[in-house]
Design a protein around this ligand. Structure first.
Ligand SMILES: [Zn+2]
Length: 318
């Protein structure tokens, strides 16, 4: 039995991952669930269910739990204030979970935790200045300034996903009154939307055939077909990568980071996404910031958020 294990949970807009993590960041068991439910109670039921599975399947003594929530979080009270993708508005997530689990619980924004993991042990290790984008259902973001995770005046920093890059672009979604936000153009949903358009335009492509066969067009399918070499799917991923590059050019100008780390489910597209993004950043960002900013995939892939939650829980367990 490993000493001092904790459970880290990454609660995404669509999926959640709970992992039993030891102090060396080894993961002893992973539990996956769909995260979305129409009410806060149903979402929290799924979180508790995944934690209980991880706890019993690993056979480990669990000292603490931390959960990354895709929401602006009030750090002092553990309350989720506003979230675009889940029904968690003004919900005391920390206290509700602590009561149900009988364990110490900490909560934070999911992307801040992904940033923490990549800064402590991943692609941003040793960097004084770094930015993290987690691209899944939407976009989460975190930033390290002078070696510390940036919080902002009310804990709402950073929401780079809601940076406008197309003033008259698609509506962002429930919870955000804006149009043309980065996440409305760069996300799993954006991949699927652009893919539907590309499939209709190119009915003989693999993407077009999938649409005709009635297969659901998801971001994961587009990524898979792009890796297989389908030109229509590659075009979609490249277009989304170019939009990502516009966002990163702004980030590079504002933060002057040593590295911009890209994680979340969409990073499964790898260089097919990051290559076009780098080209756009090279064209659009200012010098000297763009000369020092590396754009790297997350070392921990889609698991940065879960591992960052593990780090936070390890701190809580002390
Ligand atoms: Zn928005």
């Amino acid at each position: 039995m490993a000493a001092g294990c904790v459970i880290g949970v990454d609660l995404g807009g669509t999926k959640l991952l709970a992992g039993v993590v030891d102090p060396d960041l080894n993961v002893h068991h992973r539990a996956h669930r769909q995260s979305y439910g129409p009410t806060a109670a149903e979402v929290l039921d799924r979180v508790v269910d995944a934690i209980e599975e991880a706890r019993s399947a690993s056979g480990q003594e669990i000292a603490a739990v931390a959960v990354g929530v895709p929401s602006m979080m009030d750090q002092g009270t553990g309350v989720a204030r506003n979230t675009v993708h889940l029904p968690l508005r003004d919900v005391p997530v920390r206290d509700l979970l602590a009561e149900r689990l009988g364990l110490p619980v900490a909560v934070d924004n999911d992307a801040n935790l992904a940033m923490l993991a990549e800064h402590r042990a991943g692609a941003a290790r040793g960097c004084g200045h770094a930015v993290m984008l987690t691209i899944g259902t939407g976009i989460g973001s975190g930033a390290v300034i002078d070696g510390r995770v940036l919080r902002g005046a009310t804990g709402a920093a950073t929401e780079i996903g809601h940076m406008v890059i197309q003033e008259d672009g698609p509506p962002c979604g429930e919870g955000c009154p804006n149009n043309g936000c980065l996440e409305s153009l760069v996300s799993g949903r954006a991949l699927a939307r652009e893919a539907l358009r590309a499939a209709a335009d190119a009915p003989r492509s693999e993407l077009g055939r999938a649409l005709e066969a009635g297969t659901e067009i998801t971001g994961a399918l587009v990524t898979e077909l792009a890796h297989d070499g389908d030109p229509a799917a590659r075009g979609v991923v490249a277009l989304v990568g170019e939009h990502l590059g516009v966002g990163i050019a702004n980030v590079v100008n504002i933060f002057n980071p040593e590295v911009v780390v890209v994680g979340g489910g969409v990073i499964a597209a790898g260089e097919l996404l990051l290559g076009p993004a780098r080209e756009v950043v090279a064209r659009r960002a200012l010098s000297p910031p763009k000369e020092v900013a590396r754009i790297e995939p997350a070392t921990f892939g889609a698991e940065s958020g879960m591992l960052g939650a593990g780090l936070l829980a390890l701190e809580l367990a002390g």
